[in-house]
Design a protein. Sequence first.
Lengths: 108, 108
Amino acid sequence: MKFQKENLFEGIPASLRSEFVDRLAWRKGVRIERIVSRGHCSPAGYWYDQAETEWVMLVKGAARLRFEADDSVVEMKAGDHITIPPRSRHRVEWTQPKEETVWIAVFY
Amino acid sequence: MKFQKENLFEGIPASLRSEFVDRLAWRKGVRIERIVSRGHCSPAGYWYDQAETEWVMLVKGAARLRFEADDSVVEMKAGDHITIPPRSRHRVEWTQPKEETVWIAVFY
């Protein structure tokens, strides 16, 4: 079959030492990634500081993001999405420990 | 608060005469859309024929896509995603009638 689907909840390694990231689709200037956490969060004191805009949606699970600029905390549940402009330093403070948290992120 | 989340399942009109589409994020050459159907499908004989690549994921619900090139049918359930290259004529043959079907589509 020419047009092949894949599933967001399949093909995830059984054991994850750290956040699992894979690329679902891409082209120059755009990439779509799946991010899976099982209780993982950003290392203490670490801030993501990206050159691209990131649109990110939590598909399953729960997480807490922190933004450095205004020290705000955003609680994310299934269906929540947020656009993170370039150079908006942020971190994943927490993801739920017992079940998987699965995100879709589009970088552009 | 500077960084505002939204939720994919909120802000959907109570009554939909046709598929509901809104733009969640965009920049030149990239757009992220939410598509909501309540049993809607493509009109008889209608094929989408797009200049852009579309990556589309079914977040909630169920649907059936048909591709003209090989007359293939792809059943989509939650988490299923597929990349549709430019000019790949396709249609939505069916979405589940009783509950909402919600998609995320990235055009690039």
